[in-house]
Design a protein around this ligand. Structure first.
Ligand code: TXA
Ligand code: MG
Length: 317
């Protein structure tokens, strides 16, 4: 166990966080999607610490975070198409999978020995400042124990990883609330490996048609393991109401039963995404027998919300 400190962002704490990363230790930091558990992506040891802290199966590759597009271009091969996507959606809630460049310094452990690499330029100002200060790519999966609900506040990170991370930078709640879209541009057909706030509809003007990876996709991605993002209680989907003993998570106005919550009273998908993981945690209470979730429209951000909900409801290993 190590001492975990939750720090408010100042020039001094940001510098300390960067120095901690440079020394090969772990720092959790906010991005606009979810909090990341960061470690030096060029260090096998630091990357191994990430896997250990999350108790994550180590065949799952991690995302390398960089402060700007130029830094991204030094790590991966970006053709014209990939550059256009990067210029349009970075910084932002999107990860690109491209071919590794020949001298790419990223630890092979971070990319699970693949010839491809996942890169993201996050938009959160604290993340950007931290990445600029540390001056090297930072590997960061979501800052939660493997398989559990992703963290959207510093308190969520502390609840799952106290004693396993040196510093948690507290940047308040994440604005998007769902992990980034993972778009694979390494092959012929652009493929969304994990849906997120950058949707297929948004990408199609640049890319033409965009495929969505099905369950049979060949690359091992934790976002593709059937059970993931899971609270301890069982989750039941497309529920009109709660059964006896269940807690209800609605969408739109919710009038009951007692303890019922709504993802968005106004029926707004952006608000629902931002609140999803917090509410799944809040409803994950001993004494209840399950969480019943109302149907969510399968449009726009609803695609990503339903993806996370299906995994939260999937049979557990
Ligand atoms: O929003 C996010 O993406 C957060 C924040 C912290 O950036 N990070 C995150 O990381 O969700 P993680 O490790 O939980 O998810 C990374 C996703 C996984 O689905 C992983 O399999 C996929 O990216 N991935 C990473 N490298 C890949 C590669 N070379 N080929 C295919 N998929 C890859
Ligand atoms: Mg994750």
């Amino acid at each position: 166990m190590i001492e975990t400190r939750v720090l408010n962002p100042t020039d001094a704490t940001l510098y300390e966080a960067a120095a901690t990363l440079a020394a090969g230790e772990l720092v959790a930091f906010p991005t606009e999607t979810v909090y990341g558990l960061g470690g030096d992506a060029t260090s096998d040891r630091a990357v191994a610490k990430i896997f250990e802290a999350k108790a994550r199966p180590s065949f799952n590759p991690l995302i390398s975070h960089v402060p700007d597009l130029d830094a991204a271009f030094t790590l991966g091969n970006f053709n014209k198409r990939a550059r256009a996507v990067a210029e349009t959606f970075w910084p932002g809630p999107m990860t690109l999978v491209v071919q590794r460049r020949e001298n790419c310094p990223i630890s092979l452990l971070a990319s699970a020995g693949l010839d491809t690499i996942a890169i993201r330029v996050p938009a959160h100002p604290l993340a950007a400042e931290l990445l600029r200060t540390v001056g090297r790519p930072i590997a960061a999966p979501s800052a939660n124990p493997s398989g559990r609900v992703s963290p959207t506040t510093a308190e969520h990170v502390l609840a799952g990883l106290a004693g396993k991370v040196s510093i948690i930078l507290d940047g308040g709640p994440c604005s998007v609330g769902l992990e980034s879209t993972v778009l694979d541009l390494s092959g012929e057909a652009p493929t969304i490996l994990r849906p997120g706030a950058v949707t297929a509809e948004m990408l199609e003007p640049l890319l033409g048609s965009v495929a969505a990876a099905g369950a049979s996709a060949k690359i091992a991605a934790p976002g593709m393991l059937e059970s993931h993002y899971a609270p301890a209680l069982p989750v039941r989907l497309n529920a009109e109401t709660a059964e006896e003993g269940e807690l209800f998570l609605g969408f739109g106005e919710v009038s009951g039963p007692d303890g019922a919550e709504t993802l968005s009273a106004a029926g707004d998908l952006t608000e629902a995404a931002a609140r999803l993981f917090s509410l799944l945690r809040a409803l994950d209470r001993p004494g209840a027998i399950g969480i019943a979730v109302a149907p969510i429209p399968e449009t726009g951000l609803g695609v990503a919300i339903n993806d996370r909900l299906r995994r939260a409801a999937a049979p557990r290993a």
